[in-house]
Ligand binder design. Structure first.
Ligand SMILES: [Zn+2]
Length: 310
């Protein structure tokens, strides 16, 4: 008799677990579809709404099924002790509780993984760019490899930065670049790209020292109207773009050709005008994790999601 009751309880519990898994899958589907975007013909909003409604109905049905089953399952205190057995004791193990070693191991594992990943990126990036900012090495080699002194920190006499900026400004109708010198020698470039974004670039000589990107609707001003280039955009997408573009400046660093490197950077930045209108060149989707393709490949200029650029 008791065995029969136990069997029924186990059966119901298994069923409840299956229903919970089903509910979980349908909820995950709703959120994945919302974050990655629905696949539907352009302009067909009704099809999108129908798809969303279908997913939400599935969630509702699954929840209903689970709720129907719930009253038939007794709370754990009513289940015969045999069912709990040693499973219930797992969470009460005093040894793991006191030392906290599991949590520490988990953190260490995550941290090591992260260090490995960042190390890989750095090695890959430095390898492709052959970034050599110092001339340290064997004395003989340093003599043999003597290069012309980098001129990127000061503007060479034969380069007119105003002409350079004006040539980029003229070349692209949807990109306006203006130059200001708020503190005398340092140069600040103000860029407006189509109706997509505004950017501020601080130069030391011709070296890009700081980049900040905000939405087209935002200004680089404080609340009381004073210039402010340090504040962040209130939109996460533009803060992410700022981070990636700042990383991109290293790719365009060339100590012997400072004007060409600044010009290529500005031309590359121009590709961000399609930030919200171009799909990812790898996965073909517009959104990934609620974000558009926020990276532009430094060689092909193709749009890519942050997660698709590896
Ligand atoms: Zn993608």
């Amino acid at each position: 008799m008791a065995d029969n009751r136990l069997d029924t309880q186990i059966e119901k519990l298994t069923q409840a677990i299956k229903l919970t898994q089903k509910l979980r899958a349908s909820v995950t589907k709703v959120f994945t579809d919302l974050s990655d975007g629905f696949q539907a013909p352009k302009g067909d909003e009704k099809a999108l709404l129908n798809k969303l409604q279908k997913s939400l109905t599935a969630v509702n049905d699954n929840l209903g099924d689970l709720e129907k089953l719930a009253p038939n399952i007794h709370s754990t205190t009513n289940i015969p002790p045999l069912l709990l057995n040693s499973v219930g004791l797992l969470g009460l193990d005093p040894a793991t509780d006191k030392s906290g070693i599991t949590t520490q191991l988990h953190h260490t594992h995550k941290w090591t993984n992260k260090v490995h990943k960042l190390g890989d990126y750095t090695a890959q990036f430095l390898g492709t760019n052959q970034l050599k900012r110092t001339n340290q090495g064997p004395a003989g080699q340093a003599k043999r490899l003597r290069r012309p002194e980098p001129t990127i920190h000061r503007i060479p006499e034969n380069i007119n930065i105003q002409q350079l900026v004006a040539s980029v400004d003229r070349a692209y109708a949807d990109m306006s670049v203006s130059l200001i010198r708020p503190m005398g020698n340092s140069t600040v470039l103000q860029i407006t790209l189509a109706k997509t974004l505004k950017a501020v670039i601080v130069l030391r000589g011709l070296l890009i020292e700081y980049v900040s990107i905000k939405a087209y609707s935002e200004d680089f001003l404080t609340d009381d109207g004073r210039p402010d280039i340090w504040s962040k955009s209130k939109y996460q997408v533009f803060n992410k773009v700022t981070d990636l573009v700042t990383a991109g400046t290293i790719h365009f660093y060339h100590p012997q050709l400072p004007d060409a490197s600044l010009k290529s950077f500005l031309i590359w930045l121009n590709n961000y005008k399609t930030l919200f209108s171009a799909p990812c060149s790898k996965c073909g989707k517009y959104l990934q994790g609620f974000l558009p393709p926020i990276w532009r490949d430094t060689r092909s200029s193709q749009p890519l999601h942050d997660g698709c650029r590896q």
